[in-house]
Design a protein around this ligand. Structure first.
Ligand code: ADP
Ligand code: AMP
Length: 222
C-alpha cells in the first residue's frame, strides 16, 4: 500500500504513522525527519535546508524529491510506504505520481488528520523529541516517566527549534496556502481522500484510521 498521511504540523502524523507502519509492515517516509537527520550530520543538503526550516518555510521541491526518490529506492519500501509530511506542494504531488507510476504503483489513499489550530499550538509547545532515538512525547498529553529523559533509551528530550509559537503560526499559514490545496489534486484524480478527526486520544485516532483503511482495502479487492 502507498498511503499519504496528510495534515497540519502537529496533527499527529508522526505518531500515527509509526503505529501504521508497524501494523502494515511498510516504512514511514517522513521528509521532516530526513531533513533533520541531514542537518544533524551536517551534510550540504542539511545546510541548504536549515534556513527554510528555521523560518517555517518549505524547503525547495528538488531537494525534497531527491530525498524521496532515494527512500523509495530502498528494499524496505518495495511493498509500499507511508508518506508523512510529503507531498506539501502540487509539484511534489505530481512528481510522486510519476515516481510511483514508474514503479507500477499508485497512491492508494490520502488520510487527512484534522485538528484545530489552538490545539496544534498547544501540542507543539509541549512536543519533546528524544535526541538519541527520536521517540516523541508531549509534556501535556503524553509525558515521559522522568522529566527530560526518554522512557525507551534514557536519551535527553529536546524541543524542536521550529516549535516556538511564532514559527508554528508561520508553518500553519504555509500549510493553508501551499499544502492544503494539494488535496484537490487527489480528489480530482479519483484517489480516496479520507478525513479523520485528530483531536481525540491517540488510540481513538488510530482505530479510526485503521477502520478507514479496511474500507479502502475492501474496495481495492472488490
Ligand atoms: P506531526 O508529525 O503531525 O507534526 P506529531 O505526531 O509529532 O505530529 O504530534 C505532535 C505532538 O502532539 C507530539 O508531542 C505528540 O506526542 C502529540 N500528539 C500526537 N497525537 C496526539 C493526540 N491524539 N492527542 C494529544 N497529543 C497528541
Ligand atoms: P515536519 O517535520 O514535517 O514538521 O517538517 C519540518 C520542516 O521541514 C518544515 O517546516 C519544512 O521547512 C521542512 N519540510 C519537511 N517536509 C517538507 C516537504 N515535503 N516540502 C518542503 N519542506 C518540507
Amino acid at each position: 500500500m502507498n498511503l499519504i498521511l496528510f495534515g497540519p504540523p502537529g496533527a499527529g502524523k508522526g505518531t500515527q504513522g509509526a503505529l501504521l507502519a508497524e501494523r502494515l509492515g511498510i516504512p514511514r517516509i517522513a521528509t521532516g525527519d530526513l531533513l533533520r537527520e541531514a542537518l544533524r550530520q551536517g551534510t550540504p543538503l542539511g545546510q541548504q535546508a536549515r534556513a527554510y526550516m528555521d523560518a517555517g518555510d518549505l524547503v525547495p521541491d528538488d531537494v525534497i524529491l531527491g530525498m524521496v526518490r532515494e527512500a523509495l529506492d530502498s528494499e524496505a519500501a518495495r511493498r509500499g510506504a507511508i508518506f508523512d509530511g510529503f507531498p506539501r506542494t502540487l509539484a511534489q504531488a505530481e512528481a510522486l505520481d510519476d515516481l510511483l507510476r514508474a514503479m507500477g504503483r499508485d497512491v492508494d489513499a490520502v488520510l487527512v488528520l484534522e485538528v484545530p489550530d489552538d490545539v496544534i499550538v498547544k501540542r507543539l509547545s509541549g512536543r519533546r523529541t528524544c535526541s538519541r532515538c527520536s521517540a516523541v512525547y508531549n509534556i501535556y498529553f503524553d509525558p515521559p516517566r522522568t522529566a527530560d529523559a526518554c522512557d525507551r533509551c534514557g536519551g535527553v528530550l529536546v524541543a524542536r527549534p521550529d516549535d516556538n509559537e511564532e514559527t508554528v503560526r508561520r508553518r500553519l499559514e504555509v500549510f493553508r496556502e501551499q499544502t492544503e490545496p494539494v488535496l484537490a489534486h487527489y480528489q480530482r484524480t479519483g484517489r480516496p481522500v479520507i478525513r479523520v478527526a485528530g483531536d481525540r486520544p491517540v488510540p481513538e485516532v488510530q482505530a479510526a484510521l485503521e477502520h478507514a483503511l479496511d474500507a479502502v482495502a475492501r474496495k481495492t479487492v472488490a
